[in-house]
Design a protein around this ligand. Structure first.
Ligand code: ATP
Length: 243
């Protein structure tokens, strides 16, 4: 694809070039947005409620077509939704992860091996037979991530994966994803409203009024995030957003 060609450095894991998108023809939600995320890093995407974060990662995932511009994401990639109940479809942990391997030419034993290794990567080893309903919210999110690991995804797109978790599980999930990035060279783009999560990121992107208003080191992005009006009106300075 044009946006990753002709470069002497390694291709990025994720790139958008001049991408525009609107839900209605009159209004552009994203207006010529460009960004680049290098391989093997954890980046966070922040912005006010309704600024278009989820829309942006849906465009990246190919779930929506851009009106103009180009989207690139290294293959294969996995998508983790805010609510794991929207993506875990099988009754047990092992069956759900094995289901994500449907379509790959693998033997029964290869599938078992992939499932077992993926569970190990998210510290849920041995839970193949556990019913999904018996898992905590954080464990369900880790099963969703394990599905992507089993498919040997190079990139993870995570849409507010900690939104429904208690503080301890939020931190735990972030630690696991950080570990996958460090140890397996996976790239992760993580949508969040939580400023405390930024500390573990390699980079941050701030979206406002249809544009990227900053991308770079998390510390350098903090002033931009604080400038956003919604934060100034929010009593809980740990959370970015107004509703
Ligand atoms: N399927 C849809 N049809 C029409 N409009 C939509 C659709 N999905 C989202 N929108 C609108 O697009 C805008 C951006 O939504 P999006 O979910 O991308 O924002 P966000 O930054 O992820 O918000 P939040 O932080 O609240 O999750 C919102 O105004 C939303 O109502």
């Amino acid at each position: 694809m044009a946006i990753v060609q002709n470069s002497v450095s390694p291709p990025p894991a994720i790139a958008l070039k001049d991408v525009s998108f609107g839900w209605s023809p009159e209004t552009l939600l994203l207006n010529r947005v460009s960004l680049t995320i290098p391989q093997g890093q954890l980046w966070m995407l922040l912005g006010r409620n309704g600024s278009g974060k989820s829309t942006l990662i849906r465009l990246l995932a190919g779930l929506l077509p851009p009106e103009s511009g180009e989207c690139y994401i290294a293959q294969p990639f996995g998508f983790v939704f805010q609510n794991p109940d929207h993506q875990l479809v099988m009754p047990s942990v092992g069956a759900d992860i094995a289901f994500s391997l449907n379509g790959e030419s693998l033997t029964y034993w290869e599938v078992r091996q992939r499932v077992s290794a993926a569970l190990q990567a998210v510290n849920l080893q041995g839970l193949e037979r556990r019913p999904i309903y018996a898992l905590s919210g954080g464990q369900k999110q880790r099963v969703a991530i394990a599905g992507a690991i089993a498919r040997q995804c190079r990139v993870l797109l995570l849409d507010e994966p900690t939104a429904l978790l208690d503080p301890e599980s939020q931190q735990e999930l972030l630690d696991y994803v950080r570990q996958l990035v460090n140890c397996q060279g996976i790239t992760a783009l993580w949508v969040t409203h939580r400023l405390n999560e930024l500390a573990q990121a390699d980079g941050a992107i701030v979206l406002d009024n249809g544009k990227i208003i900053g991308q770079g080191a998390p510390a350098a992005m903090m002033p931009l995030i604080y400038q956003q009006q919604s934060l100034a009106t929010n009593e809980d300075l740990g959370i970015l957003g107004s509703n």
